[in-house]
Design a protein around this ligand. Sequence first.
Ligand SMILES: Nc1nc2c(c(=O)[nH]1)N[C@H]1C(S)=C(S)[C@@H](COP(=O)(O)OP(=O)(O)OC[C@H]3O[C@@H](n4cnc5c(N)ncnc54)[C@H](O)[C@@H]3O)O[C@H]1N2
Ligand code: MOO
Length: 410
Amino acid sequence: MLDSVQDAWRLIEREIPPAAPAEKGLPLALCDGLVSTTAIHATGDSPPFDKSLMDGYAIRFDDYAAGRREFDILEEVTAGNTATRELTAGGTIRIMTGAPLPTGADCVIPVELVTSQTAITVTLDAPKARAEGNLARQGQAIRKGDLVLPAGTVLGPAQLGALAEMGVSSVLAIPRPSVSIVATGDELVPYEQVPGPGQIRNSNEIMLVTQARRAGAAPVQSTIARDTRADLMTAIREGLKSDFLVLSGGVSAGVLDLVPSVLAECGCEQVFHGCNVKPGKPIWFGRLTAERSPDGRPHWIFGLPGNPVSSMVCFELFVRMGIHRRRGIQPSQPLMHSARLTAPHVSRDSRPTYFPAVITPSEQGFLARPLAWQGSFDLQTVALANGFVLFETATERQAGEEVPTLILDR
Ligand SMILES: Nc1nc2c(c(=O)[nH]1)N[C@H]1C(S)=C(S)[C@@H](COP(=O)(O)OP(=O)(O)OC[C@H]3O[C@@H](n4cnc5c(N)ncnc54)[C@H](O)[C@@H]3O)O[C@H]1N2
Ligand code: MOO
């Protein structure tokens, strides 16, 4: 058994390299959350021309500095058009935000500073006027050839917008890894059904599919496997067509905890089994190497403990990290945030424990309120939490003390 979550992280990081990019560039609309694998350079200047940042009047600042306040209106230019003439001394061109700055202009006075106006003249009073005021020069944000995004950037709204501005319509990026989910157990019935004696509804499958999607993977299939070697083997063989196979249940010490041995029979090699963490102690992690895999590609397998909260926490701590690693996201480990406890807490457990809590922002930083959690079977309490407080082994913590927390994605 591993001593710590950190040991598990190191092994997962060692085992799972980032995937290669898709062979062809992917259209921007499909790239949200993907990591680009090449540096992207500007195809032109941004802004592409000198432009006004205000609705107002373009002038020559020298005119204003010399004391002129009344200007002759030469023409009007709106965004999407260009002025037909140059701005000459004593003149002004009425200009809208985003319109190209007329040649000769070097200052825009906002329309709010007009003191009087006729059909052909305008009087301006702008005590703070300055040369280059209220305009942006061509290339002020970025110049043609400059780096827009370094390789390894996670593409999100701003990045995709910046690429669209540059006319970059497709990107070489790492595609989403595929994930199969297999819930194991003779006691499971689909959640739409009424369980018989000793049976329970399969809550883990939809939970893990949802977690996989939120981790940026593509869940391709999910199923229930019964606790027989034959049924497990069929489900595992099918699941091993995905980049990641995530199983829940059957990894501890019971007579029907067959998952590790059937995985071995299917050619999977164990990297670790067991970690000093609560919930989640019996977690299993391994690989099916490209050499042993029927499709010649590597696959990774997480056997999560069946208790719903154990499955959920192990996904957040380990599977999500494996998926992030494959997607090329750095750092891949979960990010911990410090918070202050709102109430004292006694932890008698011999394992470091991720304890469900409500974590809220405050002016003094995050506050964490541990919930009345009953243990690994108690998913109902976790459903009211938005994260976990990490309590180290057998500790007594006072209200106000700082503790590490893991905040869940919304
Ligand atoms: N003698 C020992 N017993 C147990 C140990 C141990 O070290 N020695 N570890 C305990 C810990 S810690 C955990 S966690 C559980 C994990 O056990 P398994 O992974 O083998 O899971 P199962 O026995 O199959 O199921 C545990 C529990 O969860 C329920 N379950 C399973 N799958 C689902 C599902 N898809 N949806 C909802 N609920 C599910 C299952 O019915 C059981 O109640 O082992 C302890 N035992
Ligand atoms: O590790 Mo188990 O998940 O404590 O209940």
